[in-house]
Design a protein around this ligand. Structure first.
Ligand SMILES: Cc1cc2nc3c(=O)[nH]c(=O)nc-3n(C[C@H](O)[C@H](O)[C@H](O)COP(=O)(O)OP(=O)(O)OC[C@H]3O[C@@H](n4cnc5c(N)ncnc54)[C@H](O)[C@@H]3O)c2cc1C
Length: 446
């Protein structure tokens, strides 16, 4: 494409940026996507080992991800979906105990009979706010429940439910701590999973979705956008540096910033102070995922993800059998840690992998399959998931309202603008594409 002028420049080739590009291209606009790193997909990242595709970022989608399922159909990937078991276990008293699905929890010794009865107390706020707990519209209105999740769980379900059930699930799935999580978001996710029937993966890995979208787009990989400025004619001058260190200039009639919030803020000076304040307020949880292979002849015997109460193993989110989700033995497994893990000073990622392996080994009684395993990949995500704390939905609601009515110079997309997972990123991209489309149509009318 001629670099002189694009209808839209999308900054960031994560799933949000590529979805926005896909939708604008479908409407006939000329779009250029720039991506800072040397691969597309951002936090959707698959590593291919001889045993198969291993997810080191976004790992699965759920049947309530309507926008993502629609996107997969549009790019003809829906036949590559396969169902992944929804089981999860929690380590308690040195034993692995079922915690999900709900039917397994009822039979599990994870909670005592009294604690299970106490857990049912949560049905009260769940029923009271049932209609408002809409996973697909989290930021649409200010939340019904403006309390932190630990307060709600403590009041209605008791401390044990927080410690052994909600805490490990939030930490294992989102690297979030209970006190820093919005009760509204937690209940909306719980409702979605209670009603959901299946979670899926893509046969060749989740990164196949961004890769497929990138095939049809003009993506400049290795281009780090350093700044965007609106010029006198109302268009955008964009400065980037490519992977050789050479400066690049692009010009576009509109821009979608599809990076994480911090990077978005640093890109342009032409955003209003209220937008800066919101972007500054976005915080992310941290996750480092270590992939290991067992010694020859050994396999990982875990039947599903094993999660940890924060008091049992501080900072360890989960240990997961990987590659084989069909119950067959696998030699590949992953251990994820979060910001609470006490990282030995000065330890590099390889040393950290061995330190984490040792710590988890001890807590599981040092089984040989674990003790003899070797690290094969380390993936650090300093910004893994945006934190949706108890004030977040109100701030997001204000930001989105202001954005809709302002003559904003740029549109934003990313999971932090909708919901903290793949479908939130996809939905935010649809909204950004709609905004750009109407702005470009307005320009054409003028
Ligand atoms: C460990 C982990 C596990 C997860 N598990 C799941 C899961 O099982 N299910 C689920 O639904 N979600 C999961 N998620 C969340 C999901 O991966 C994200 O919500 C989603 O991928 C976010 O997409 P995004 O496009 O908003 O952001 P990103 O994927 O972060 O994309 C932003 C892109 O912008 C690029 N960029 C930044 N600055 C610039 C610049 N200046 N110039 C050019 N490019 C730039 C970045 O390199 C990046 O590629 C997980 C996330 C992590 C980290």
């Amino acid at each position: 494409m001629d670099d002189s002028i694009a209808d839209c420049l999308v900054i960031g080739a994560g799933i949000a940026g590529l979805t926005a590009a896909h939708q604008l291209q479908k409407s006939g606009f000329r779009v250029v996507v720039t991506e800072r790193s040397d691969y597309v997909g951002g936090r959707l990242r698959t590593v291919h080992l001889k045993e198969g595709a291993v997810e080191v970022g976004g790992a699965f989608i759920s049947d309530f991800y309507a926008a993502t399922l629609d996107l997969l159909t549009q790019v003809e990937l829906e036949k590559s979906l396969f169902t992944r078991p929804q089981t999860a276990f929690v380590l308690r008293n040195r034993q692995s105990m079922p915690s999900w699905p709900a039917g397994e929890l009822v039979r599990s010794p994870l909670l005592t009979v009294g604690q299970k009865i106490r857990l049912l107390g949560l049905l009260v706020p769940l029923a009271r706010h049932w209609r408002a707990l809409d996973i697909a519209q989290l930021g649409l209105r200010a939340q019904a429940l403006a309390t932190p999740a630990d307060v709600l769980v403590g009041k209605w379900a008791g401390r044990a439910a927080g410690e052994c059930f909600f805490g490990p699930l939030l930490q294992g799935l989102l690297y979030w701590r209970l006190p820093e999580t919005s009760a509204h978001v937690m209940l909306a996710i719980l409702k979605a999973f209670l009603r959901g029937k299946a979670t899926y993966r893509l046969r060749n890995g989740m990164a196949e979705l961004p890769a497929r979208l990138a095939l049809e787009a003009d993506v400049r990989v290795g281009w780090d956008v350093r700044g965007i400025e609106r010029n006198k004619s109302g268009q955008y001058d964009v400065q980037a540096m490519d992977s050789t260190g050479a400066s690049r200039a692009l010009h576009a009639r509109s821009v979608v910033v599809a990076t994480r919030a911090g990077a978005a803020m640093s890109l342009t000076e032409s955003i209003a102070p209220w937008a800066v304040a919101f972007l500054q307020s976005v915080e992310y949880s941290r996750s480092t995922t270590f992939t290991f292979r067992t010694a020859p002849g050994e396999t990982c015997p875990l039947p599903g993800p094993l999660l940890f109460p924060s008091s049992t193993l501080p900072g360890v989110s989960s240990i997961n059998p990987l590659v084989s989700d069909d119950g067959q033995p696998t030699r590949i497994f992953g251990i994820s840690i979060n910001a609470d893990y006490r990282r030995p000073a000065g330890a590099g990622l390889d040393a950290l992998a061995m330190n984490v392996l040792r710590v988890v080994c001890l807590s599981l009684g040092s089984p040989w399959w674990l003790t003899s395993a070797k690290p094969v990949h380390v993936q650090d995500w300093p910004e893994a998931l945006p934190k949706f704390d108890s004030g977040y939905l109100a701030r997001l609601h204000d930001f989105r309202t202001a954005m809709a009515s302002a003559d904003t110079p740029v549109a934003f997309a990313g999971d932090y603008l909708d919901a903290p997972y793949i479908d939130g990123a996809v939905r935010s991209a649809t909204k950004a594409a709609d905004l750009v489309r109407s702005r470009l149509a307005g320009d054409a009318d003028a």
